[in-house]
Design a binder for this molecule. Structure first.
Ligand code: ZN
Length: 343
């Protein structure tokens, strides 16, 4: 089969499009013919070798897989050939207290497609059957292509961790990112008042079209001043953070009394300062959030079906153009998901 892999860490030229052996499946695995593989910032970190975990090389990249079941292991009963599926990238150990509680996102020994296991920049990928979720018939592969990682992470943050409620006000950082575009749609469908930030003029209109009530151009406007003005100095109930160091202080300052901030990422840096006076005097809650669970991906698909929430596609590339696709992500030109369409 064809696949794009890395043999060493570094720039875009390390992405090699090659013929490789078809993956072997074990008794509880499923061989999935890849339809789409969504790109994520994590792919860039894996390629550059900038993650705290060592990446065994060579490695086929790609964490966000959808496709069709083509072969099932001898002990797999829940899936059969032809099923349309999406794969959760994190593979739990099935033994630790978190896995046994169906919180496999917190597994201490988890492995991940596209990082410590081969991923979806390939025509076929081997996935444990417990990591698969059926895609509803009425949703296309492209429509769900950003759901298994970006969408699921946003869903877990808003619904499970922050328990967002209708009519609350929420500030979604970087609304043009794939996770941000999911968060805007989910929050809007819930009936919230949605503020978001973008870094380029051409993204303003797109964010409004997604349902944002107010879009702030962060390079031309002061985000804190705008939020204070738009909320009559009150601030927002929830800030949806995934940017990190560059925006943290401002995100805290945008909160109302009893406000909460939920964060899942830190691609601009993870070291931040915290003024405890602000934390206790405003009764702020800081909530960490990490990926999501199999059940939540089921729930997200149902929500997407009912509420007409879809992956916002920025651009689609063939498997042999992963360098071009990653360059789009690296240059932050995109609005929504950059996708490899494999079959
Ligand atoms: Zn575990």
């Amino acid at each position: 089969m064809k696949a794009t892999l890395i043999e060493s860490h570094g720039g875009l030229d390390r992405l090699l499009y090659q013929e490789v052996a078809l993956p072997q499946i074990g008794p509880t695995d499923v061989l999935v013919e890849t339809k789409t593989c969504g790109l994520n910032h994590l792919d860039l970190f894996v390629r550059k070798g900038e993650l705290p975990v060592p990446i065994p090389l060579p490695r086929i990249l790609g964490l966000e897989v959808t496709g069709i079941v083509t072969q099932v292991g001898s002990r797999v009963n829940e899936f059969r050939e032809g099923d349309r599926v999406a794969a959760l990238c994190r593979v739990g150990c099935e033994k630790c207290e978190y896995c046994l509680r169906n919180q496999e996102n917190l597994c201490l020994k988890s492995r991940s497609l596209g990082m410590t296991l081969d991923g979806g920049y390939a025509e076929f990928v081997s996935v444990p059957s417990k990591n698969l979720v059926r895609i509803p018939e009425c949703l296309s592969f492209l429509e769900v292509s950003g759901a298994p990682l970006s969408g699921l992470t946003a869903w877990h943050m808003l619904m499970s961790r922050a328990a967002l409620r209708p009519k609350e006000s929420v500030l979604i950082m970087a609304g043009g990112s794939s996770i941000g575009s999911f968060a805007i749609q989910i929050a809007k469908a819930l009936g919230c008042r949605v503020f978001t930030t973008v870094g380029r003029d051409e993204k303003i209109e797109k964010a409004y079209r997604l349902g944002a009530d107010f879009v702030i151009q962060r390079k031309k406007q002061n985000v804190l001043q705008e939020i204070r003005q738009l909320t009559e100095k009150r601030g927002v109930d929830l800030v949806f953070e995934h940017v990190g160091q560059a925006t943290w202080d401002q995100s805290i300052d945008c909160l109302s009394r009893n406000g909460r901030i939920v964060t899942c990422g830190a691609f601009t840096g993870s070291e931040v300062s915290l003024d405890l006076w602000k934390l206790f005097s405003k009764q702020i809650s800081i909530i960490g959030s990490y990926y999501g669970t199999n059940q939540e991906l089921h729930d997200l698909f149902q929500f997407m079906e009912e509420q007409k929430v879809f992956t916002i596609i920025d651009s689609v590339f063939p498997l042999n153009a992963s360098r071009e696709a990653q360059a789009v992500l690296e240059n932050e030109q995109h609005f929504g998901k950059v996708v490899l369409e494999v079959h």
